[in-house]
Design a protein around this ligand. Structure first.
Ligand code: CP
Length: 305
């Protein structure tokens, strides 16, 4: 997100909204995309796949478990291989924070890298689709009160959203376990109890507890029922929210932990609309990187002629 100016963020939102309104583009025709997911995904991977297809791209299949990374091939060699084979765009999700710095700073790759999520670092495509969904509802970010509740410290979505929403003029607030409210978040906004957050916020964003990133001890001491009672969004708390307030969640949701089963699809929830918007935002992102593109098979073949 730090690579994008505020104007570029608004341009991507406009472009995504145009795609949603029916704009067509075949900017990806005769080009190849590869989705290199080294961490599990349902939404991000599928919606990048759909976005690529809608732009006319072909997807090169890749499964980390059956790839040559299992034989010790590095991420750089994997990406360079796909570039050599003819891919123009690589969407990468990786457990290592800032995995992209080595690819971008230490090598002369022509393939476009889109971050599909790095460790506990950033999740820019999720952040941009969240921005699109908020903008669609409120028409502006200036002065909005946005509360993020949950496992802040492990959440790449929280990092990306808190930074960019602050930059766009929203006021950030946080809730959940004190231990997850790290100094990085403390400098962006206050920590509040969940009832007060629900009463005062324009947007309540929930995060799942990332058990895969907690220690064995932390997981042993975790009680889903206690967590839901203290920090979860139940219907009583939804009823405290303003009439036009939004409930958001990047998903996957853990029903009965951070959000009630009956809240996931309630009238204030934008969780599934966020996913639909994700396809349009990812089309806008891919179109933006392909504009003026000189990577991939098509161009290589022309150079040979
Ligand atoms: N929101 C999100 O990143 O979901 P996936 O892990 O399913 O891609």
């Amino acid at each position: 997100m730090s690579q994008l100016s505020n104007q570029e963020v608004y341009d991507l939102i406009d472009s995504a909204l145009e795609f949603k309104a029916g704009k067509k583009s075949v900017i990806g025709q005769n080009k190849f995309a590869i989705n290199l997911f080294f961490e599990n995904s349902t939404r991000t991977k599928s919606s990048f796949q759909v976005a690529e297809m809608k732009l006319g791209m072909n997807e090169i299949e890749f499964e980390a478990a059956t790839s040559s990374t299992t034989k010790g091939e590095s991420l750089y060699d994997t990406v360079k291989t796909e570039e050599s084979i003819g891919a123009s765009v690589a969407v990468i999700r990786h457990s290592q924070d800032k995995y992209y710095e080595d690819l971008v700073n230490n090598h002369d790759l022509k393939i476009h890298i889109i971050n599909g999520g790095d460790g506990t670092g950033q999740h820019p495509s999720q952040s941009l689709l969240d921005l699109m969904t908020i903008y669609e509802h409120f028409g502006s970010f200036e002065g909005l009160k946005i509360g993020i509740i949950g496992d802040l410290s492990h959440s790449r979505v929280a990092h990306s959203n808190a930074e960019i929403l602050t930059r766009l003029g929203a006021q950030m607030y946080f809730g959940g376990l004190d231990a997850w409210y790290t100094p990085e978040f403390a400098q962006m906004g206050p920590h509040m109890n969940v009832d007060d957050l629900c009463k005062e916020m324009d947007v309540v964003m929930l995060l799942r507890v990332q058990h895969e990133r907690l220690s064995a001890e932390e997981n042993k001491n975790f009680s889903k029922d206690d967590y839901f009672a203290k920090y979860g969004l139940n219907m009583d708390r939804v009823n405290l929210m303003k009439d036009d307030a939004m409930i958001m969640h990047p998903a996957p949701v853990n029903r009965g932990a951070e959000i009630g089963d009956d809240v996931v699809e309630c009238c204030k929830s934008y969780i599934f609309p966020q996913m639909s918007n994700g396809v349009y935002m990812r089309m806008a992102m891919i179109e933006a990187v392909l504009e003026g593109d000189n990577s991939g098979n098509e161009i290589t073949d022309k150079k040979r002629q």
